[in-house]
Design a protein around this ligand. Structure first.
Ligand code: FES
Ligand SMILES: [Fe+2]
Length: 417
């Protein structure tokens, strides 16, 4: 813990400051791999429809650790490190597969779908010569197991024995909202993936940042999809690691702050009434829930996001690929029970987000702007005081960075900074 504290000199103001060093320091990145990604957190692996059948196999990542998720012949889900017990090669090479066994291409060590070694090539040698020592025991070797848990069709893994049970890790309020959005059979509608050239934590901040959504994303503001002059709020989990941000489109009540040049400049966006959609059906939506919520972002520490905008439901997962490189994956979802018309509306609305989305396009570059702006100044720090200096839920306003502070609260706790 002492070594951790001396690695980063966190400003005395605490969670309202974030030293830029944490976005570009290789030692910090290594410590994150150890303390967070190999530590006591649950990380998203896949959704159950991806491994619906016996023998289904998908690959995933927990930080930089490659993972295999399988469904065995009995229907049981397993996860294991994708690293051969012989010399460490990747065993599963495809993102998605179906097989009876997992066999390493290098020297053909073969594993059961639960990760146990079943056979190795030339164990007894060839022509009676060579081979493993007499005392070689197949049952003494296996792919490193990963604890796995599933909730509402979402499959999570952890590499630590200390991680609390999944629903305890999420907490009651977060679990209830996941139940709202994912608590019925899911149907995959499409996917994207993109590389973003920034530290993974800038994306973790960005998705918790309800302050920027109405300013950076002029599409949201112009077409009244998600604005701060709609009723909404921020909910932090008990430990402040996870959050929900939500808004209710029907409560839109124009706030004069939006009419100022700074908020709605002619240079960066359209003035009220100036813009119209050529295809207004893009924003056709139906009420799916009786809580009035029409836009929500939910995060699960460290690198998972659920987004439900109008009727467009998506999972976003962002995997660190180096100190200044992150892979962002999107899965767009509907429900098995959807009508063809509902599916079409969800697919149409998915144009708002994803790699080239009318809204999410901006997040793909803004985090890189921060990376580029901060890389040369590890001794300086971000200033995060919108909405106060604490990390608490606020169900009356989203003009706050409370959930960003919540992320840093959790990060400091787990990293020992
Ligand atoms: S590394 Fe896998 S069998 Fe040799
Ligand atoms: Fe954004």
């Amino acid at each position: 813990m002492e070594a951790a504290a001396s690695l980063v000199n966190w400003p005395s103001e605490g969670i309202t400051r974030v030293p830029f060093q944490v976005f570009s320091d290789d030692e910090v990145y290594e410590r994150e791999q150890q303390r967070i990604f190999r530590g006591p957190v649950w990380q998203y692996l896949c959704i159950e429809p991806e491994i619906a059948n016996p023998g289904d196999i998908v690959t995933a990542w927990m930080g930089e650790t490659p993972i295999i998720v399988t469904r065995d012949a009995e229907g049981q889900i397993h996860a294991m490190v994708n690293r051969c017990a012989h010399k460490g090669a990747l065993v599963a090479l495809r993102g998605k597969d179906n097989a009876k066994h997992l066999t390493c291409v290098y020297h053909a060590w073969s594993y059961r779908l639960d990760g146990r070694l079943r056979s190795i090539a030339f164990q007894k040698g060839v022509n009676g010569k060579g081979g493993m020592p007499e005392d070689f025991d197949v049952s003494a070797h296996r792919l490193q197991p990963v604890r796995v848990a599933s909730f509402c069709g979402l499959v999570f893994g952890t590499l630590s024995d200390e991680t609390p049970p999944l629903e305890e890790y999420l907490g009651p309020r977060m679990s209830a909202f996941i139940q709202r959005n994912f608590g019925r059979p899911l149907k995959i509608l499409g996917r994207h993936s993109q590389i973003i050239h920034n530290n993974w934590k800038l994306y973790a901040e960005n998705v918790r940042d309800s302050y920027h959504a109405t300013l950076l994303h002029t599409f949201y503001t112009t077409f009244k999809v998600n604005r701060l002059d709609m009723d909404g709020g921020i909910v932090l989990s008990d430990k402040k690691w996870h959050h929900i941000s939500y808004s209710k489109r029907a409560t839109f009540n124009l706030d004069r702050e939006y009419l100022t040049a700074e908020v709605h400049s002619a240079k960066y966006g359209a003035k009220h009434g100036d813009s119209a959609l050529e295809g207004p059906q893009l924003l056709d939506a139906w009420d799916e829930f009786d809580d009035g919520i029409t836009h929500s972002i939910q995060t699960v520490f460290p690198n998972l996001v659920f987004q439900f905008t109008l009727n467009s439901l998506a999972i976003r997962f962002f995997a660190p690929k180096g100190v200044d490189k992150t892979e962002l994956k999107w899965i767009f979802l509907g429900y098995e029970r959807d009508t063809p018309e509902q599916t079409e509306m969800r697919v149409r609305q998915s144009n708002l987000t994803g790699a080239a989305g009318l809204v999410a396009l901006e997040d793909g570059c803004i985090n890189e702007f921060v990376q580029r702006g901060t890389v040369g100044a590890p001794e300086r720090a971000a200033f995060i005081e919108m909405g106060g200096r604490v990390a608490e839920s606020n169900e009356s306003s989203r003009a706050t960075e409370a959930s960003v502070r919540g992320f840093w609260h959790g990060y400091r706790e787990i990293m020992g900074f």
